[in-house]
Ligand binder design. Sequence first.
Ligand code: COI
Length: 385
Amino acid sequence: MSTSPAPTAPLTGPDAAELPAADALAGRFPHTPAASPATAQTHAEVMGSLTFGVAFTDHMARARWTADAGWHDHGTVAFAPIALSPAAAVLHYGQQVFEGLKAYRHADGSVWTFRPGFNAARFNASARRLALPELPAEDFVASLAALVAADRRWVPETTGASLYLRPFMIATEPFLGVRAAREVAYLLIASPVGPYFTQGFTPVAIWVAADYHRVGPGGMGAAKTGGNYAASLLPQQEAYDKGFEQVCYLDAATNTYLEELGGMNLFVVDDDGAVRTPALTGTILEGGTRASILDLLRADGREVREEMIDLAGLLDDIRAGRVREAFACGTAAVVTPIGRLAGEGFDVTVGDGTPGPTTTELYTTLTDIQYGRRPDPAGWMYRLA
Ligand code: COI
């Protein structure tokens, strides 16, 4: 019996150049300015000490969907608590999906985001899995542009900082029967952020969970939905308590193969320069950063393999020096070196425990493209404002 599921097809979404320019999308989320935006002093205080995901901008974008009327009521309005029936389906059955992107300020003051067509495609793939309606990619991108235009002053100017964009969709129908909701809301909020890991580009320690799994075959693992993150909270807390920053999950079917970190994908670099990442099996969330790293390496002529990576083999390879580097990647994490991998009965240092050359080069290349410091040959950047 084969234990290796067939790889799933990678996500494809429109490239930045295939999307209408932000100007052409203006007006899709009509703007009602907030009555009480943050004062200049509050704004300065927030922007002067950026951490991840704690402060929010003055506005949010939103639209509603009903089974009868489809999408309607698009707008960019004041960031404020939302009215939700205590019977709303999302509060009971977790019917929701989300995305994560960043808006980067370039030296000339313009504001850009990275591969929004990928995120729009993944948002809709997640929505299909959660029996939620799809949002047209052009509306998804229009909401990003409308919110960034309204909240431009919240896009940081400091190196390594950005405006994190969090689109999400929730089932709002007040109904306790278990079926797909017929009333849904789309919302987009934004948070000025510094690095996800407060220590920045510094190796993190990873705990490999043997007794918890993130998802199982046929589950929601390939979808970006809150339930998968909820499942990771207890293992994450236990790992923190042991002194580890993140948890790596193994496949639930065999407890053998590395999958992902719950909020990030994973790569290893061999001593011959080959770079490997777990294959997309349907239980891994395909990251835009993951896909871009694969593209960058292939364009550079590097050997890249998407394959099943078994933990026992990886530990042997790390101990023997055949695996020299490991790193995590994601929109929030960017590229984060992994210095240590531990679990029940093992604790290994990857390479010499410091960021390796491939990890460092990928971090530099990606962030240079995102912040407009080097050309963008693949056309990944989309101008929002
Ligand atoms: C992202 O990278 O955007 C994510 O959604 C991951 C989350 C852990 C912040």
